[in-house]
Design a protein around this ligand. Structure first.
Ligand code: NAG
Length: 235
């Protein structure tokens, strides 16, 4: 009786399977391990975008960034209640892993929209810009490359370090209530910001995209914490 109980308990524990059903793990011996994982990420990504409450994983679409601060001497912008949508539709360009060295990289592209309340004061090139209201920034083909180092601790991977870089094809702005709603000034300014989107994104992108990437890394850390490494890549 006791023996049966222990066998049952053992089976129950080892097959408790924290691995979400939509992740089909790749085998470490797979000759095309990179492509296999790239495919797993492409399939599982949209599920992660919804969040996985059982694993404590917050949604990535929409992802809440809260406050994003641009603190350039010439231009101050505070975005509050910042929400980014669109990560769900991401495209994986490549994934590379070197399990022995504990290094991996993910390159992906998404069209994202950032919505927030903004408070802005300063100048862009020589044009003064000022206002507070609602901001909407559409980024076309935001391409993010994340390189990360990982370690195995108690059978689980942890991300120990990461580096990122990004580029984009285009950004489009919509600001309500520029210059207290002065129509003529705000139309001119909005036209100007959209013609000079690269200059403005040089200021906004670093703090905003850093937070987007941090949210993605948080999700990966939660997944690694919840699911043992040998269930993510089988031996
Ligand atoms: C983003 O949108 C552009 C144009 O609307 C489209 O060509 C491109 O394929 C989209 N990118 C992704 C990753 O969906």
């Amino acid at each position: 009786m006791k023996v049966i109980f222990f066998i049952f308990a053992f089976v129950a524990c080892t097959s408790a399977g924290s691995l979400p059903s939509f992740i089909h793990p790749c085998s470490a011996s797979d000759k095309n391990l990179n492509e296999c994982i790239q495919n797993v990420i492409a399939v599982a990504g949209p599920k992660f975008a919804d969040g996985i409450p059982e694993l404590g994983i917050a949604p990535l679409d929409p992802v809440q960034l809260r406050t994003v601060q641009v603190n350039n001497p010439a231009l101050k912008i505070t975005f509050t209640d910042t929400v980014v949508t669109g990560l769900r539709g991401f495209r994986v360009n490549s994934y590379k892993i070197n399990p022995d060295k504990g290094k991996a990289s993910l390159d992906f592209t998404a069209n994202v929209t950032l919505k927030a309340h903004y408070d802005m004061d300063g100048q862009i090139l020589i044009l003064p810009i000022k206002g507070n209201g609602n901001a909407k920034i559409k980024i076309t083909n935001l391409n993010i490359l994340v390189k990360y180092d990982f370690d195995t601790v108690d059978g689980h991977w942890i991300v120990t370090n990461h580096k990122d870089s990004y580029k984009m094809d285009h950004a489009q702005f919509k600001f309500t209530n520029l210059f207290n709603g002065n129509k003529e000034l705000s139309q001119t300014t909005e036209k100007f910001t959209n013609e000079n989107w690269e200059i403005i994104m040089q200021e906004i992108a670093p703090p905003a995209i850093k937070q987007i990437i941090k949210s993605c890394i948080d999700v990966v850390q939660k997944l690694f914490g919840a699911v043992p490494a040998n269930e993510l890549i089988t031996q």
